[in-house]
Design a protein around this ligand. Structure first.
Ligand code: CIR
Length: 254
């Protein structure tokens, strides 16, 4: 495969990040940066070319670049993140992403985080929760429908983003936390459930035939290993900022 992984450095202000479902605890910035570097090395080892969006030390959540854009083969859509503090993140992302795709831009009153958008084949499932609203789903559908994608809204109440609850393991197979999303929405897929003791384990990043998964979820990762090759990364410090493995990159097939 040939893919670009766009990433953005861990900002100095990370400790002031948005938090919704986790308690604020101290973050070791040295470890956070080392974990992010290891994450980048893992993506590079899986064949991705790493392209950096310039650092934004004044934007605490800017490392979580996934939320700022939706990338498909035909176009990229720059989001309007649900948290107002995150909206200034999109400018530099658009500048970098504009080298690879024609851009579209969501506009007020739409809000949408990339973490809420799960593409499975020609269907984009979009989580409707604290970050993404109806107008966000509608504007996304307006931009993407001409390219033969179907957009389906999915209620998300108990976790931050849709992709906190479900991601793709391989074509036709998803990993899901059934406590956080209604598995009926994905009944045309084979479903692997997270181990109940690891609720956040459904967020994995598929790169070709491999999935990158957080090392904090060994029981679920063992289940995943029965169907797909799993590479684990330790993202414990980024998890304290409510980040997971998908959110630290934007994958652009080139
Ligand atoms: C936020 O609350 O926006 C950040 N602290 C975490 C964002 C994580 N994004 C993602 O999983 N797509």
């Amino acid at each position: 495969m040939r893919a670009v992984a766009m990433t953005r450095p861990v900002p100095r202000s990370l400790t002031e990040c948005e938090l919704t479902h986790v308690q604020r605890v101290p973050i070791d910035m040295t470890v956070a940066r080392a974990q992010h570097a290891e994450y980048e090395r893992t993506l590079a080892a899986l064949g991705c070319e790493i392209v950096h969006v310039p650092a934004a030390d004044e934007l605490p959540d800017s490392v979580f670049v996934e939320d700022t854009a939706i990338v498909v083969d035909e176009i990229a859509i720059i989001t309007r993140p649900g948290a107002a503090s995150r909206r200034p993140e999109t400018g530099e992302v658009a500048t970098t992403l504009g080298s690879f795709r024609q851009l579209r831009f969501l506009s007020e009153p739409a809000t949408l985080d990339g973490g809420d958008v799960l593409r499975l084949g020609r269907v984009l499932y979009v989580g409707l929760g604290t970050r993404t609203n109806d107008a966000g789903v509608q504007q996304l559908a307006d931009f993407i429908s001409p390219y033969s994608y179907d957009v389906r809204a999915v209620p998300v109440d108990d976790c931050l983003h849709l992709k906190s609850a479900v991601t793709e393991l391989a074509p036709g197979i998803v990993v899901i936390n059934p406590q956080w999303v209604n598995g009926q929405m994905f009944r045309d897929h084979a479903i692997i459930e997270v181990d109940p003791s690891e609720p956040a384990a459904a967020n994995v990043l598929r790169i070709g035939e491999t999935v990158v998964a957080a090392a904090a979820h060994p029981r679920t990762n063992a289940r995943l290993s029965s169907v797909v090759h799993v590479r684990t990364v330790d993202v414990s410090e980024l998890a304290k900022a409510e980040g997971a493995v998908t959110c630290c990159s934007l994958i652009v097939n080139v």
